[in-house]
Design a protein around this ligand. Structure first.
Ligand SMILES: Cc1cc2nc3c(=O)[nH]c(=O)nc-3n(C[C@H](O)[C@H](O)[C@H](O)COP(=O)(O)OP(=O)(O)OC[C@H]3O[C@@H](n4cnc5c(N)ncnc54)[C@H](O)[C@@H]3O)c2cc1C
Length: 416
């Protein structure tokens, strides 16, 4: 069923009785050509691009809960391509370009809003680093602008410019960055993949892998055995546990990341903003709530909820930047389980098990990567060769010392 304004009008005039289910609810078949484990943004996008771009058929996505119940429906919705390193920037810019045509392609309103993102800087050294990053972005075909203090003040006069412990000196701006409605991205990909014949199977947890002579043959699940010629694993925070079923130990730790939303306020933050002297990022949702977040909780966990000390820490960061934030009431907070890699960059690669592929290590930033991650993972699975923009995301880079350490923090997953 194609969505259009005419459709909405026709349904409105006939009591909305003609809407069809957005995807089927099929029972799992005995075997598939390709099985994707994980019905988050990356798994669903991978299935969609496999069918749409690479002509693959007989594909299933297995999801232990419900589609979009993981991090894809829990994040702070920021999309951007403001990276520095050559291993990262072309990939994230590819993702940005896919975002720009996504809603038309999927025929689904994912509320992609290129409202602009600014990264504030507070020291001269930070300005130098951001100038370097902006130049790298421009060299890779992305957009970047440097704002001075007055440029920032014109956009956001309510920031603490005059009494702050860390005075604002300017910002790096990417106008094409912004936000997208997170769960609608999962639903849009799910609907489009289903229309191409992909079986989306919910309440189906993968509990084991059948591997014979070094080759994947299928999966054990809570809904029975499912055979597969190829298996792609895209389970974000659960990557270590699922890959342990294949006997692999990953360079990944799972940590909780929290997000927060205030009561609805009149519009006053047009774009996305990040604090440069602490970890705090904020935007305002279309309903008026301030959506913000900060650091991970800092201990290993698989719980999708966090603790009070980090709430306090994030609120302190927010208050240091926007003193008026102290007047807003917090409406909701929640947590997601992050797959933190050793260098803060992801993995899209084959594994030592033939036919088994891994998509993981998204740390704080996998939502913006959803379209490119799906596309590049589909490319890898279909052609057995990496997509050029994701060629650096190899699993063996940790052993070989070829880190993609955007922040320069070293092999410390809880700092990335
Ligand atoms: C609070 C928070 C804020 C964030 N903010 C941003 C942001 O602003 N911008 C940004 O770019 N990124 C952000 N992220 C990161 C981003 O959300 C994640 O990196 C990304 O969503 C991970 O990929 P995914 O969507 O495929 O993961 P998920 O949605 O977590 O999908 C993985 C799926 O695998 C399923 N699964 C796990 N184990 C099994 C199994 N054994 N069998 C079957 N299924 C299984 C899970 O149930 C889950 O649905 C944020 C994350 C959080 C938690």
């Amino acid at each position: 069923m194609r969505y259009s304004i005419w459709n909405v009008l026709a349904q409105g005039l006939t009591g909305h009785r003609g809407w069809k289910p957005v995807w089927r609810d099929p029972a799992p078949q005995a075997d598939y050509d390709i099985v994707i484990v994980g019905g988050g943004g990356h798994g669903l996008a991978t299935a969609y691009y496999l069918a749409r771009e690479f002509g693959a058929r007989r594909i299933a996505v297995l999801e232990k809960g419900w589609l979009g119940g993981g991090n894809v429906g829990r994040n702070t919705t920021i999309i951007r391509s403001n990276y520095l390193l050559p291993g990262n920037e072309p990939f994230y810019e590819f993702s940005m370009k896919l975002w720009e045509g996504l809603e038309q392609e999927l025929n689904y309103n994912a509320m992609v809003s290129q409202r602009g993102i600014i990264n504030l800087f507070h020291t001269d050294a930070q300005r130098d680093a951001f100038v370097r990053r902006g130049n790298a972005m421009i060299l890779h075909g992305a957009d970047a602008e440097l704002l001075d203090r007055e440029g920032v003040r014109r956009l956001y006069p309510f920031l603490d410019f005059d009494n702050a412990r860390f005075p604002i000196k300017g910002a790096l701006m990417q106008r094409r960055g912004g936000t997208a409605r997170h769960d609608a991205v999962a639903w849009g990909y799910a609907r489009a993949a289903d229309a191409l014949g992909v079986d989306l199977i919910q309440n189906c947890e993968v509990t084991g892998m059948r591997i014979e002579a070094g080759r994947i043959r299928g999966l054990e699940t809570t809904r029975g055995r499912i055979g597969a010629r190829k298996v792609g694993v895209a389970v974000a925070g659960w990557s270590s546990r699922v890959m342990a079923m294949a006997g692999l130990r990953l360079p990944i730790e799972s940590h909780v990341l929290q997000a927060f939303v205030t009561e609805g306020l009149k519009p006053f933050i047009d774009g996305v903003m990040t604090f440069g002297a602490g970890h705090f990022y904020v935007s305002q949702s279309d309903k008026g709530g301030l959506v913000f977040g900060g650091d991970i909780d800092g201990y290993n966990s698989y719980a999708q909820r966090g603790n009070l000390p980090v709430i306090e820490d994030v609120a302190e960061g927010g208050m240091a930047l926007i003193p008026a934030l102290g007047r807003a009431r917090l409406l909701r907070s929640w947590g997601g389980v992050m797959d933190m890699s050793m260098d803060g960059s992801p993995i899209i690669d084959r594994t030592p098990v033939e036919g088994l592929y891994l998509n993981a290590g998204w740390c704080y930033g996998g939502f913006k990567a959803t379209p490119a991650s799906g596309f590049c993972f589909a490319h890898l699975i279909a052609r057995d060769a990496p997509h050029p923009t994701a060629a650096a995301y190899r699993l063996d880079r940790f052993r070989r010392g070829l880190m993609i350490d955007e922040k320069g923090q070293g092999a410390t997953p809880n700092l990335h």
